[in-house]
Design a protein. Structure first.
Length: 114
């Protein structure tokens, strides 16, 4: 039996936090790069966004802003509404995402007038 202090440690390549070996990783420990599924998903989104030189935090900040419409987000970043929603869903907690969606549907300012 290995003591907890002696378990191997790796650093997550996304969040740069250390994480300890888990029993479910005993066969694939050499291939493990991420501490969680969230970090693994975050990497995919971050790569897609970084092609346009915008990080996820700035997109989330624009989406939360009451005065920023989806059209202005698309004009600034080139990311359409459905991808902004997908980014918000994958990077917010479930309840935070629900609150955000209710706010978005309750405002007319989130969509520019045609």
């Amino acid at each position: 039996m290995i003591k907890k202090e002696n378990l191997p440690i790796k650093t997550c390549i996304i969040c740069e936090r250390p994480f300890v070996w888990r029993k479910k990783w005993h066969k694939v420990w050499n291939e493990v790069k991420y501490c969680s599924e969230k970090c693994k998903r975050f990497k995919v989104k971050k790569l897609q966004i970084n092609k346009q030189n915008y990080d996820i935090e700035s997109i989330i900040e624009m989406a939360w802003c009451d005065k920023t419409s989806f059209d202005s987000i698309k004009a600034q970043t080139g990311i359409p509404e459905k991808d902004v929603i997908r980014i918000m869903r994958s990077n917010l907690k479930k309840t935070s995402f629900k609150v955000w969606r209710e706010r978005v549907y309750g405002r007319k300012a989130k969509h520019a007038k045609k």
